[in-house]
Design a protein around this ligand. Sequence first.
Ligand code: ZN
Length: 350
Amino acid sequence: MDTPDRERYSRQILYRPIGEAGQAKLLAARAAIVGCGALGTQQAALLARAGVGELRIIDRDYVESSNLQRQTLFTESDAAQALPKAVAAEAHLKQANSRIRVCGIVADLTPENAAALLGGINVILDGTDNFETRYLINDYAVKEKIPWVYGAAVGSTGATMTIVPGSPLPSEASAQETPCLACLFPEPPSGLHPTCDTEGILGSAASAVASIQVAEALKLLVGDTKALHRKLISFDLWENRFQAIDPGAPSDDCPVCRRREFAHLSGDRAVQITLCGRNSVQIHERRRPVDFAELASKLTPLGTVRSNPFVMQFSVAPYELTIFPDGRAIIKGTTDPGLARSLYARYIGS
Ligand SMILES: [Zn+2]
């Protein structure tokens, strides 16, 4: 470590569990952030300033003014230009720390590109807003024995858990150390679940989750795995509830970490997307029927809703979402599959 780095990270080096040896490990480490919204912007800023040597930031969306309340990296100018979040994040992080490598990648994480985007990474941080991408991260991370840190925030609530694989060294190959996401939630939560775009979110709830995730990532990267919290942590900052549940051992019949069947990674269960006519994208969401009455009550405050028993239409300029009872949707106003998936996750649910 050179003198500028010793000075720059001096307060973190003074913190004994990190020290100079830990700081050197951070500078040599590579972290990926999947999703650069409320969680991802905080994770990225903290990791960049902590001196994690390489940050890979993957996001499929662009900056809008409604992001600025909580997505602390972005500026009014980013929103006015509708810059891709990965691009804006990279630019701002390079200004915060020019001595690390920051790579913003404008992409939707898919089974096809997971290895290219997450290969060679030491820890993955979940900044996504949907279960579909989380199951994909879980498959890839368990398969490749990369630790990852689950996180979620909506309203005033947050939740996080750290998923630690067995040793990746062939000489000490071992079973999964903690439960994986599929041990806890074998199937995505059924029915509609709240999203930031239907229920709102406090910036402080997202920041709290991201801060815990980053502390866990630093423990992993300096090798202090005994310090990991090893709980499913959840809280409600408005209702003043804090919980830490011991998730127990990995599930004996977990398809992912025990049977090592990676269905989300193989694409068997991926959402099918097709470009559908001019300026629209069709998403075949096969797995989750939609309750029109429940969805209409969530969406009515956000745009124009029309429905009959066969189809429901939701207009929010410049887009129109046509939703079928089996979960299929046609999204008009874009030909970008990543944006269409983002709109689907935002308004219909992941
Ligand atoms: Zn598992």
